[in-house]
Structure formats: structure tokens, C-alpha cells
Ligand binder design. Sequence first.
Ligand code: MN
Length: 433
Amino acid sequence: MSTSSNHRSWVASANGHPDFPLQNLPLGVFSRPGLSKRGGVAIGDMILDLRAALEVGFFNGAARDAAEAASRDQLNDFFALGASARQALRSELLHLLDESSPQLARLRPLADSVLHPMAECEMHVPARIGDYTDFYVGIHHAMNVGKLFRPDNPLLPNYKYVPIGYHGRASTICISETAVKRPNGQTLAPGATVPEFGPSKRLDYELEMGVWIGPGNAMGEAIAIGDAAQHIAGFCLLNDWSARDLQAWEYQPLGPFLSKSFATSISAWVVTAEALAPFRRAQPARPEGDPQPLPYLLDAADQQGGALDIELEVLLFTPQMKEQGLAPHRLALSNTQNMYWTVAQMVAHHSVNGCKLQPGDLLGTGTLSGPHAGQFGSLLEMSDGGKNAIALPSGESRRFLENGDEVIFRARCQREGFASIGFGECRGILLGA
Ligand code: MN
């Protein structure tokens, strides 16, 4: 069934919904008072309860098997089934939830038993995340941060050959709206030779996309670049909270450690590759003089349609702004087209040495800044390493985050002739140490 904008749903709030119209149908794991954790699908401001829908006989055939896997208290089993199961479930849902569904007379009386108001539900991390890897494919962020440390040589020589990444911490990945505690750690004050211990004074966010891994590979076997898309189950928003002062002191020679591992926030809904299909783009051409990717990272179809056009937004909401009745303040607007490597290249590179990727593993893209002011995905870049204060409409200013500050990410896809879809929010309030 087509995903063009003229299909409407009998779930009225879906029509014109900024995030979850009929054309999106992202999956997540939710609970409600009296209702245990289970898989669901966002439709307007409602959640379709897959377990309840199965009980009343919503699905048949391949869609039924997919819905059973997706109805559990984690989506790992569903991710493991791969693209054909995802597509079967999606096409059945597009059909069932359409306002012109021939089954409308049967389905409508069931609405109360299968749909829950999203506002009354609690969302959970949608999968058991075995491993989390954070990449660094936002080239403007890499340039901006590189300039702070090496003004004459911002990009290291490996950057245009290797999709740079490091192994992150899965245990502290938390769902949107989870409060995050400012970490303690070692920092080196400017000019000092001996570190001090205490709360981070340079707490930052990083605007990233999360990539959910589907079937994955056996240890010792690489995922070929041409097959990589088959192993990507979907996408979310990801905030890689970063303690810049801890990071500066600890990161050499093995990379980030405690500056990152205290918390990573993700948005609750897994937006599928199928829902994002209309928003695929060609990978932007590399600047003149850049090397071609090595053959194991180069695939014609991936270069032609492996990039995504997703608009990304960062907002800050301080306690004082809330007191003054102000709206959250936009700090940045960026786009996933600022990635130097595609997600397929990230997957192919990650597995090329035989490293095993498993269903429910999570990849972060790295901070997705644009090249210009107003497009920076971290405060480190906005404040030029903490040198410049950022003015807020409340009369306050920030170089880094203060306790009580709430960071909000949003994302949306727009294209003429297609329904816009969004990701829901990735939110987190920073608490004191
Ligand atoms: Mn990061």
C-alpha cells in the first residue's frame, strides 16, 4: 500500500499528526497501570496494543508472526526476523488502520480494547541492548571539535578512510524523560598539573541518531555493504550526554570512558526503514580531493539512496524559562545529511573484522552538526569550547548545562507529496551530582 499523503486513518488523531500519521507506524514497548510491558505501534496520540490486537484476531499469516514477536516486552525477537517480517506487519497495519479499510465495521468496535491513549502509557527502552557503539560520522562536528584542539589540523588523517567509533555502555541507556544525574569524576583545571575530583563543570549533550540493529551476523563473518540495509531495523533519536572536562582529561590514549558512560538517552519509538523510504537521499558527494571509500565500504545503491533527509532540532528548557512561562528555546536545527558515512557503511565497517552484531544492538551516529552557526549539535561547539556564553530568551546564559536544565531533541521528515513523519521526543532533565 502506498505511503502517499492521501491515506487517512480511522484513528482520527493520526490525520495530520506531526509525528505519527498512518504513514509512520513506529514500534515501541509500553506499559499502562494494570497492563504489563508489551510492544505497541504509535498511531496519532494512541498506542495500538499488539498483544490485545492479536487476541481479537487482527492479524493473519506473516503479519501475525511478526506481530507476535513485536508484542513481547522487548523488540529483540522482532528485530531478529528482519525486513520481510517488518514489511508484512507494516502492510497489514496500513491496511487495517486505513479509514477506507474494508474491515472497518469489524475493527471499529474493537478500538477501545486495542488502543491506549499515549498520555496514559509509560514508555520503556524498546530492546535488551547487548552492545552500544557510538560513531563519529558527523563531519562538521568532527571539524569543529578538531579545531578546538588542533586549529591547523582539525581532521586526523584516518577520518576520511575509517568510520570512527568507540564501544559505549549499554547498561546506562535510558528512555526519554528519564532524569540524568551530573557525573562525578576527575578533571584537570586550566593550568593545573594534578586533577581534582568532583561534579563535572562542563556537562553537554550530543545530537545524534540511534540505529537499531536487525538480524546481525555470526562471529567471524562480515556483513557486506550491499547487505547492510537488511540488518538495520530502525532509527531513534539519541542524546550522548558528555562531560567535557572528564573527557579532556581521560580520553587519551584509548578514547572516551566515564565522560560518556553515565547516561545515554534515546527516544522511545523505533521508526522503521520502510517508513523512512520516501526520505532517502543520495549520499552527498565527497569534496574534491577526498579519497573514495575502500571497496568494502562502497556500494552503488548505498551511494544513490543510503543517506537520509531528517531534520533534527535541539531545544533547551531551563527552570527559569518554565517559571516565566516561556516555551523551550531552539538551540540548533540540523539534518542527517551532515553524515560523512552512511549507516550502511557504519554497519559494514563495524562487522568487517568479524565482530558480531546482534538484534537490538544500538549504534549512535555521532553528533550531527551542520557547517554553520545555528546548526551545532553540542554546546561545546556553540560556545566555542566554553569561551562564549549563549544568550537565552529568559535573560539567562549558558556555556554548558546547569542543574534542572531539560534538553529536548525532535526530528521530522518532510517531502512534497508525502505525509510528514516524526520521531517523538528525546528528553532529559539534568539533576545535580
Ligand atoms: Mn557521541
